[in-house]
Ligand binder design. Structure first.
Ligand code: FES
Ligand SMILES: [Fe+2]
Length: 455
């Protein structure tokens, strides 16, 4: 008998104890192809996204709602129960994936976390996103470079100012093309010397058969690609979100440098949240920023429009870093920007004049989304060296030290990806961005959930 599995993701709003929740469920149905009748339906996951912005710093109230969410009168019957043949999903806190605290203590600290791979609709979404695959300077230096998005191996080659991103393996005998070279403005396979054109990936030469056209199926599969912000970007499918526009990158008064890529065991959301997190500075960055970093995070308001989030915060980094350069490492005003799913910037306005901009982006490099390749850039305007005596090389070095400290933390966070179920972690006022970001991320995933075949 032949079977086919269909997955889908659906959501419902649930009013529960005054808290509005978005319940996400992922279903897997098994059908018999011959009869087209469902033979089994299973709830894969259920994720709760708390949307009530007033619930910050209300641990007692949150704990009560968390424990009773499926037994409170308003939530006992989920909206789809009775009209949908699928049984109501269990509360994720009762699925055995999280070790519960003793009765009477509704803690969320855990001894076990289950790492769940990306949801089917999330995977679809990620295939339509521009991701960085290489620094332009690396591809320009070698001409040919290996890359990866969601575990799909790619080759990047650059002829003149044109970068091409294609499937990693030669259509002849499967040689790894990132080990090839540029010959006569084409990518040359190192095994039998077949050559492939820039832009189209068309096979232009088969040295063993010089008088004949290349055989069928000899072209490379080429992916959408572009260059921006010092990096080559690619997407596995037609990208559906534009890369954000950064005015600083078009301003001739600014200078930029680009950090080297780093592979991490870490989810895309986890690394994006870390970059925006302010309350870890005083602890994770004691060495790079010094001992006097402000610990208290002032209240802030996150502006959420479409797939973009913005907010601003003033912070005092203590003034001891950069050899006591208080103009750059003391009080400053941060402006944060995130474009879901992972493009993030932080702009610093220095009270004595000058600005810096750090840009972070990351690419999932495993199909389950639990490995990422981290890329970043830093820019400064001309006032920074003129007024504060630090050039782009010094600022890049300082930022690299900061990121190196973050990488140690990111490697040890569990679960590996930041959970979409906000009830599985504790939150404070300073984490407001994380919840808004996860909500925006879910909204983006939902766009793709509606496109999947119904279970
Ligand atoms: S494997 Fe590439 S040319 Fe033969
Ligand atoms: Fe950090």
């Amino acid at each position: 008998m032949t079977w086919i599995e269909v997955t889908s993701l659906a959501s419902r709003d649930v009013e529960c104890g005054g808290i509005r929740c978005l319940v996400i469920r992922s279903l897997r149905a098994t059908f018999s192809i011959s009869s087209r009748q469902p033979v089994g339906i299973a709830v894969e996951t259920s994720k709760l996204n708390q949307l009530n912005r007033d619930a910050f710093d209300a641990p007692v109230r949150k704990a009560s709602v968390t424990s009773d969410i499926w037994s409170s009168p308003s939530a006992r019957r989920p909206p789809w129960q009775g009209t949908d043949p699928v049984p109501a999903p269990a509360c994720p806190l009762k699925r055995g994936t999280i070790t519960r605290a003793p009765i009477g203590h509704h803690g969320s600290g855990t001894t076990e976390r289950k790492d769940e791979p990306v949801l089917p609709a999330e995977y679809d979404m990620l295939r339509h996103v521009w991701f960085p695959v290489a620094r332009v300077e690396d591809v320009a230096e070698t001409g040919v470079f290996g890359a990866n998005i969601l575990g799909e191996q790619l080759v990047v080659y650059r002829v003149g100012a044109v970068s091409t991103v294609a499937g990693a393996y030669c259509p002849h005998r499967g040689m790894t093309l990132s080990l090839g070279q540029l010959t006569q403005d084409c990518l040359e396979c190192p095994y039998h010397g077949w050559r492939f054109a820039p832009g189209t990936g068309a096979c232009t030469a088969v040295p063993s058969l010089p008088d004949r056209p290349p055989p069928p199926r000899s072209d490379l599969r080429v992916y959408p690609s572009t260059e921006a912000y010092g990096h080559v970007w690619a997407a596995l499918e037609t990208p559906e979100l534009d890369l954000p526009d950064l005015p600083e990158a078009r301003d001739p008064d600014w200078r930029f440098a680009h950090g080297g890529p780093t592979d991490l065991t870490c989810g895309l959301r986890q690394i994006t949240e870390n970059f925006r997190d302010m309350s870890h500075f005083a602890f994770v960055h004691r060495v790079s920023m010094g001992p006097n970093v402000q610990q208290v995070v002032d209240p802030y308001r996150v502006e959420h429009g479409g797939t973009e989030l913005r907010w601003a915060l003033d912070v005092d980094l203590g003034g001891t870093a950069l050899s006591g350069n208080s103009g750059l490492a003391g009080k400053q005003a941060f402006s944060f920007f995130v474009s879901v799913p992972m493009f993030a910037t932080v702009r610093a306005d220095f009270p004595g004049g000058g600005h810096s901009l750090v840009i972070q982006f990351a690419t999932p490099i495993s199909a389950d989304g639990l490995r990422v390749r981290h890329f970043w850039s830093i820019g400064i305007d001309s006032a920074v060296p003129e007024l504060h005596g630090a050039d782009i090389a010094q600022m890049r070095q300082w930022e690299q030290e900061i990121f190196d400290e973050d990488f140690v933390i990111l490697d040890k966070l569990r679960p590996i990806e930041a959970p979409l179920d906000s009830h599985s972690q504790a939150h404070t006022r300073s984490d407001k961005f994380s919840l808004e970001y996860r909500r925006a991320y879910l909204e983006l995933v939902e766009r793709y959930a509606t496109r999947r075949p119904a279970a």
